[in-house]
Design a protein around this ligand. Structure first.
Ligand code: B12
Length: 220
């Protein structure tokens, strides 16, 4: 079902066409499609295609920028419905989230933020290009339960290790848990840098955060 719509979504990102993206996102909502499905089955394959083609030298930086902007437009339309569908009422805990220093990729982090908020976490967004000291400060001042670190570049992944080390030096570990994510990140990397877990997407980030605060979802 809805395969033609998902295919059009994919193409609208490849074309870097925010107007079509917005109209397709609104159509999905009008049809009652789960906004996360629209992202994962519609728009995200387009972003991945642009990323792959860029990696192969078949697309260029402007394509990457336009694809990124188009994806942001999709998330902006779908986000309110994602939040609305969140059912949790009581707070599950406090999460501080940011993209590490040197890295300005924000789309995945924003999705993780939206899903965590919708699931009942209080989430504080530190934004992108965040130095380790800011994570330490916020972790301390906000009494964070979990700090989430996003990195999309192989060159900025070591920034996640820097944050884990800075939190340890500040005496916040192991009380404050650390979860990591981003396209180049893996379970093995998380273990290597001493993080408490890795989440491959926004849904996995929620499951992981719940586990880290000892509030696993129970079967309904
Ligand atoms: C869009 C994009 C951009 C946009 C970003 C726009 C924005 N406002 O965010 C712009 C144009 C700015 C950009 C710039 C660059 N980019 Co870029 N970009 C991408 C692209 C195509 C998509 C990223 C994206 O948004 N994906 C969609 C989201 C939803 O997925 P995601 O980020 O992976 O997030 C999900 C999971 O990873 C996870 N997750 C993410 N964060 C977290 C955090 C936690 C705690 C958890 C648990 C989970 C989690 O959940 C998310 C939701 O499912 C990727 C290719 C790709 N497929 O990843 C290249 C890519 C990441 N970029 C790349 C490069 C090289 C660059 C530049 C260096 C290009 C240049 N020469 O300037 C610059 C770097 C700028 C900088 N200093 O950061 C390379 C990286 C290569 C590498 N191995 O390091 C990639 C892989 C493209 C490629 N194939 O070469 N980019």
């Amino acid at each position: 079902m809805h395969e033609a719509l998902f295919a059009a979504m994919r193409q609208s990102i490849i074309d870097g066409d925010p107007e079509t993206v917005i109209s397709l996102a609104r159509q999905a909502l009008a049809l009652g499609i789960d906004p996360l499905d629209a992202i994962n089955r519609g728009f995200l394959p387009g972003v991945n295609h642009v990323g792959e083609q860029y990696g192969l030298g078949e697309m260029f930086l402007p394509d990457l920028v336009m694809g990124g902007e188009a994806m942001k437009a999709a998330v902006a339309i779908l986000e309110p419905e994602m939040r609305r569908r969140g059912t949790a009422r009581e707070s599950l805990g406090t999460v501080v989230l940011g993209t590490v220093k040197g890295d300005i990729h924000e789309i995945g982090k924003t999705l993780v933020l939206t899903m965590l908020s919708a699931s009942g976490f209080q989430v504080h967004d530190l934004g992108v290009d965040v130095p380790a000291e800011r994570f330490v400060e916020a972790g301390h001042d906000l009494a964070a339960d979990v700090i989430g670190l996003s990195a999309l570049l192989t060159t900025t992944m070591p920034g996640q290790r820097t944050v884990v080390e800075a939190l340890t030096r500040a005496g916040l570990r192991p009380r404050v848990k650390v979860m990591v994510g981003g396209a180049p990140v893996s379970h093995a990397w998380a273990a290597d840098i001493g993080a408490d877990g890795y989440g491959e997407d926004a849904a996995a980030a929620v499951a992981l955060a719940r586990r880290l605060v000892g509030r696993e979802a129970t079967a309904r």
